[in-house]
Ligand binder design. Structure first.
Ligand code: EPZ
Length: 422
């Protein structure tokens, strides 16, 4: 088991390149199952989850080659049964369901795993597939879907907490090869959904409205191979931007898309952080004393749930009270007790965390519980006095390419060590 040792107190300074978006690349790789032809995907981050997706595709019969940040997939022959243990490892694996159903007329896939941040059902994915004419049953931890022929349909995909990102993507991928027209109402508008639609369009899919709440997909008979470059990871970018502000540093993010970060930039400016964007670069520096801000997570283009934990780490550094409300996932506060170990004063009341910021933090051993909670602990560790040891960092490696190296390049004192498990 690996841990990260952070010696806090250094201001981050310099430039950090932003990698390709994890949450775009995983469904894009699954989308390659829709064709027998070769798909070449560039700007793929080297992440644990990408490795898992490669192994899932291989277990389905696809040929996958990785060369640095490029992945080539040829799904010449595929089977419709996904490996139970691989699929259980991450939520993103659910998006093989739509392509397999469309390509083979049936699929058997285990219920997906992923970060422990709430119930995370897949009822909306299944609702959409049912609307396209699929029969669905679950048994032995597997979902079985089948439809000799998918037929376009009109459907509403909004749920309790708004649209579903992977659910929208799954249905778009299934509908791409269905007979006739599919209209998805309350579709997710996240940039990752747009990126998947761009890739599918390059494969020959007919999709209108990507990035809006109404998507219209006209099914085609077949899709062909395509080459695609994945968008920059807006969540990784937000994490480094917040780390820069929290450490009172000055950091320029390169290869990023500031337009995808408007809600985060807006909140950071409200908190007194100076943020300047120029082309694909974003420079962040602390302008003076930080001010507390209230944050509520929302579907895109609102403040992302995937940046809630990191923003909380910033508010822990800020004198005064801020209220951070989580509206997407009901159990996404695993970072709160761990931030408490470092000296943060945070109380949870229902969906809100009340942060009394400004207490000095001091390093301690803490446990990474999920991907973004781990990122919040890294930010807090960078600000704490003394040494913070973050255990179970495989969560970080699921979503942050070379995080220790990138932080070291910004001047942070960070070391990865091997720890013997119990
Ligand atoms: C994606 O998960 C991301 N994961 C998550 O990233 C991200 O937090 C989330 O979107 C929201 O932005 C990947 O792309 C791999 P949802 P997804 O379906 O698609 C409810 C990270 O840290 N819901 O948009 O699985 C659900 O419970 C992570 O990178 C249903 O009720 O999320 C939640 O309340 C973790 N029924 C809300 O919708 C369903 O069938 C939004 O979830 C599906 C979802």
């Amino acid at each position: 088991m690996e841990s990260l040792i952070i010696k806090g107190g250094t201001r981050l300074k310099g430039e950090v390149p932003i990698s390709g978006a994890k949450n775009a690349v995983l469904p894009i790789m699954a989308g390659a199952l829709l064709t027998r032809e070769k798909c070449v995907i560039h700007n793929v981050p080297v992440l644990r989850d990408v490795g898992t997706m490669c192994r899932i595709l291989e277990s389905l019969g696809a040929k996958v080659e990785r060369d640095g940040n490029t992945v080539t997939i040829r799904a010449d022959k595929v089977t419709g049964v996904g490996d139970y243990d691989l699929i259980r490892q991450m939520r993103g694996s659910i998006c093989i369901l739509g392509p397999l159903l469309a390509r083979l007329g049936k699929a058997k896939v285990s219920l997906p795993g992923g970060c422990v941040i709430g119930v995370r059902p897949i009822d909306l994915h299944l609702k959409g597939m049912r609307a396209l004419g699929a029969r669905i049953r679950t048994s032995g931890g597997y979902v079985h879907v089948s439809a000799p022929r998918l037929r376009g349909a009109e459907m509403f995909l909004g749920g309790r907490s708004g649209p579903t990102v992977l659910g929208t993507i799954n249905i778009v991928m299934a509908a791409a090869l269905a007979d006739g027209v599919t209209v998805i109402d309350s579709a997710a508008c996240e940039p990752e959904v747009i990126d998947v639609c761009t890739f599918l369009s390059a494969m020959g899919a007919k999709i209108e409205g990507a990035g809006s709440p109404t998507l219209r997909i006209t099914g085609v008979k077949r899709l062909h191979g395509a080459t695609h470059t994945v968008i920059p990871d807006r969540i990784e970018a937000a994490t480094y931007a917040i780390a820069a502000a929290a450490t009172n540093g000055e950091v320029t993010l390169t290869h990023c898309r500031p337009a995808h970060l408007q809600a985060v930039i807006d909140k950071m400016r409200e908190a007194g952080v100076k943020v300047e964007s120029r082309g694909n670069r974003l420079t962040v520096k602390r302008g003076g004393k930080l001010k507390p801000v209230d944050v509520t997570t929302q579907p895109y283009s609102g403040f992302p749930t995937d940046v809630q934990a990191q923003m909380m780490a910033l508010m822990v550094q800020t004198q005064g009270i801020s209220i951070i409300t989580e509206r997407i996932f009901e159990a996404r506060f695993a970072h709160v007790p761990e931030l408490g170990r470092l000296g943060a004063d945070i109380a949870i009341e229902g969906p809100s965390a009340i942060v009394k910021g400004g207490h000095p933090l001091s390093g301690a051993p803490v446990m990474a519980s999920d991907l973004r909670a781990s990122a919040a602990l890294v930010i807090a560790g960078l600000c704490a006095s003394g040494k913070t040891q973050i255990n179970r960092i495989y969560h970080l490696d699921r979503g942050y390419e070379n995080i220790d190296e990138k932080l070291r390049n910004l001047g942070a004192e960070v070391e990865r060590i091997d720890v013997k498990g119990p």
